[in-house]
Ligand binder design. Structure first.
Ligand SMILES: *Cc1c(COP(=O)(O)O)cnc(C)c1O
Length: 375
């Protein structure tokens, strides 16, 4: 069976974990965490990057930093992971879902403005498949209405929009290092802080509401409870594992892009015939091959194709069930305008195996099985 996902492993992970253990420093914010933060700052140009225990916790931190309060509204696509919404629901916000664009499955920037009310506090674009949302438009709407932009860039590490790293374009960006993502520590994430004024508060929120970060830097002589917060910093063991991969970010990215391009090439004939659709990368977007998906005619054809691929040893899966159609989505949110594409397009989308080290032969097996299905 060709698995759908294999967690990345490049080679130095065990060495680095060993070093962390030998240094007798395995709690958070040791050398490895600091190295990851610095490397991510260098890669993205963000003012400050802080590793977190997950993208979920990075989103929770962003919701606190954005001062989201009960009754506030937050705009996002419905086609996303639950954490995008939950982080704001936990602060008492109502989620306002906006339709996606069928070409990228990203929030339709032209539908955002009509979703804004006097309660709106933030817009949360999700860069699906590591392909950038239309950030110029989103940022200018946010500026006009005095809203914060929080990028869910969970899938977007090493991607860019008009030359800017995803995650570094809004007020905050959130990365994931879950095992299904391009760079991983098993569970992990990072918050990118793009404005100086939030850095100190972010450090406090991440350290259980204390100024322990300042204490460790010798800036205060004891640390104390300053604000609300939680335990959002990962252990050094996770950071050690992650550093090995961040140091090889280019290599991992190139390997994934080669796989993505091979899929695209092998399936382009079927796409030209109009049998399936292939992903679209808009002008100005550099993606990271987080995902390779195709779109089938409808949900019924997709189910049959998934079964056919399984029978041929290929692990293919579908993706999000739109949040607005889930029980919690109905309780905590509402859909603004018409659901023209979210449901329909989500039912057609099928993801093929994609991971660092995916073999050429395996891509050929997968694409041959798809061709055979449509014969
Ligand atoms: C993976 C993912 C998350 C959650 O990431 P964790 O690190 O598992 O918390 C959030 N949003 C999107 C879009 C994701 O793909």
């Amino acid at each position: 069976m060709i698995p759908f996902n294999v967690p990345p492993f490049v080679g130095k992970e065990f060495d680095y974990i060993n070093l962390a253990v030998k240094a007798k420093k395995i709690c958070g914010d040791g050398e490895f965490t600091k190295k990851c933060d610095a490397l991510l700052e260098q890669m993205t140009g963000a003012k400050k990057v802080l590793l977190t225990t997950s993208c979920t916790s990075a989103l929770e931190m962003a919701a606190i930093l954005a001062d989201i309060k009960p009754g506030d509204e937050v705009i996002m696509p419905s086609y996303t992971f639950v954490s995008t919404a939950n982080a704001f629901v936990m602060r008492g916000a109502t989620i306002v879902f906006v339709d996606v664009r069928p070409d990228t499955m990203n929030i339709d920037e032209t539908k955002i403005e009509e979703a804004i009310t006097d309660k709106t506090k933030a817009i949360v674009p999700v860069h699906y498949a590591g392909v950038g949302c239309e950030m110029d438009t989103i940022n200018s709407i946010a500026k006009k209405h005095n809203l914060l932009v929080i990028e869910d860039a969970a899938q977007g590490v090493m991607s860019s929009y008009k030359g800017k790293a995803l995650g570094s374009i809004g007020a905050f960006g959130c990365f994931s290092f879950h095992e299904t993502k391009n760079y991983s520590s098993g569970e992990g994430g990072a918050i990118l802080i793009n404005s100086e004024k939030y850095i100190e508060q972010a450090e406090i929120i991440r350290e259980k509401g204390t100024d322990r970060s300042k204490f460790h830097r010798g800036q205060v002589d004891k640390y104390t409870w300053r604000d609300m917060g939680s335990s959002y910093l990962p252990s050094e063991l996770n950071a050690a594992y992650l550093l090995a991969q961040l140091e090889e970010a280019e290599k991992i990215n190139n390997d994934r892009l080669a796989s993505w391009n091979l899929y695209y090439e092998k399936l382009s004939e079927l796409a030209k015939k109009g049998v399936i659709e292939l992903p679209i990368i808009p002008e100005g977007c550099e993606h990271n091959a987080h995902m390779f998906y195709i779109k089938t005619k409808d949900i019924e054809e997709r189910s049959r194709l998934i079964t056919h691929l399984k029978a041929n040893g290929v692990g293919a899966v579908f993706h999000y069930i739109p949040l607005h159609s889930s029980p919690a989505g109905q309780k905590f949110g509402r859909f603004s305008g018409e659901d023209k594409y979210t449901t329909k397009e989500s039912e057609r989308l099928l993801r093929l195996p994609m991971y660092y080290g995916l073999k050429k032969e395996d891509i050929e097996t997968a694409t041959n099985a798809i061709k055979e299905f449509y014969k």
